[in-house]
Design a binder for this molecule. Structure first.
Ligand code: SAH
Length: 363
């Protein structure tokens, strides 16, 4: 909790327990904390003065210590398929992207009539996957709890619709920002908070085995997606340096642990890149790997990234890869991309540090 007088902390960084502690330290009853979160998340108060059932003195104290500021949306890009990409400006001027994906596509291959929000966890990314735009300019910093929660708040308030599905598949490696991620998930999941069901939240990772094991112990039934992209160490290493640190056997050890703790199936994301990981041998190895964990596979034809030379295989190759998996007894889907035309699709989110002055603020 940031309690320095110079720089107010964000109200969106605290859990109900934090608020209860804060209230107790000031001789206030715990019920005040409940009233407060109702104002923050239920009624979306923008000013402390609105909080009419809190004593004036308490409101003054809150105002001195905390801010209710939203993260400003500086640009919204719209796509033909009605995907929206929000560009948000953080307090230090860094920019981060959040993508709102319309109904009926879900990242675990299921269907839903609700929108899905794809949120970022870091500014930039340190993992240097060779096919992804997000890592091109390297890693800048972790997002704070309020910057993760704030992406959902911003999208809900802009669209006027609640977010029901959430995927941590934006920029960054969520498991490299684990403590903040867990706190944000607590706030997002809580009935007093954003009230998003745990089963509707998917954390996606490039495969940080120790952190997967730690997250497995979190008593919330969130879903896990693993960016696999190679079914042998040799192939995976070529495009994902993280595989040298956590080779497939180590990764699968962690996934076994996850499976023993969580009810939902794990999803493997597998980008199809021509001539790299799209061979029938890789398909067969992937089928065996997925079967060993009873995992689902989501095939994603590679999305073009400016400056990178990879290409997606032709459709018949994609389909025969899919068939090998399905024949091998694996629940697999071939993803139909959304947002490709506005560079909002997977792997296309990149660090934007160009000045946004001159961009017409959104109304
Ligand atoms: N770091 C986490 C979260 C980012 S998720 C992770 O790796 O899972 C972003 C997803 O988009 C990952 O599955 C990633 O592998 C995928 N992706 C990256 N670049 C892509 C591209 N050019 N085309 C399609 N998918 C891509």
């Amino acid at each position: 909790m940031n309690t320095s007088a110079a720089k107010p902390g964000s109200a969106f960084a605290l859990t109900l327990d934090d608020w209860s502690e804060w209230m107790e330290a000031r001789g206030q009853g715990k019920f005040r904390a409940k009233q407060l979160v109702e104002w923050i998340y239920g009624k979306r108060a923008r000013d402390w003065s609105e909080m009419s059932n809190l004593p004036a003195g308490l409101r003054t104290e809150l105002a001195a210590e905390f801010s209710l500021d939203r993260i400003p949306v500086v640009r919204i890009a719209g796509s033909e398929d009605s995907t929206r990409k929000y560009l948000l400006r953080l307090h230090d001027g860094r920019l981060v992207e959040t993508v709102r994906i319309p109904a009926n596509v879900r990242f675990d291959g299921g269907r839903s009539d609700r929108i899905t929000l794809c949120v970022s966890s870091q500014v930039g990314c340190a993992y240097d996957c060779k096919f992804c735009a997000s890592g091109l300019a390297g890693f800048t910093r972790n997002l704070e709890v309020e910057e993760i929660v704030g992406q959902i708040v911003a999208a809900e308030e802009e669209s006027g619709e609640p977010v029901r599905n959430l995927v941590f598949m934006g920029m960054g490696e969520p498991l490299a920002n684990l403590s903040r991620l867990v706190k944000a998930i607590t706030i997002l999941n809580a009935p007093w908070g954003l009230n998003i069901g745990a089963r509707h939240m998917t954390v996606s990772t490039s495969g940080l085995a120790p952190q997967i094991e730690r997250l497995a112990e979190l008593p919330i039934q969130i879903r896990l997606a693993v960016s696999l992209h190679g079914a042998s160490d040799e192939v995976r290493e070529r495009i994902m340096p993280v595989n040298r640190k956590y080779p497939l056997d180590r990764l699968f050890g962690a996934l076994e642990r996850w499976r023993s703790r969580k009810k939902q199936k794990i999803t493997f994301e597998y980008i199809l890149i021509e001539g790299v990981n799209d061979s029938p041998e890789q398909a067969a190895l992937l089928a065996a790997r997925a079967r060993s964990l009873d995992a689902k596979v989501n095939l994603i034809p590679y999305n073009t990234v400016e400056g990178l030379d990879w290409r997606r295989p032709a459709e018949p190759v994609q389909e025969s890869f899919l068939r090998t998996l399905v024949r091998g007894g694996v629940a697999a889907t071939l993803r139909r991309e959304k947002g490709h035309d506005i560079a909002a699709a997977c792997g296309q989110l990149r660090l934007q540090q160009e000045t946004v002055e001159g961009i017409v603020p959104v109304p």
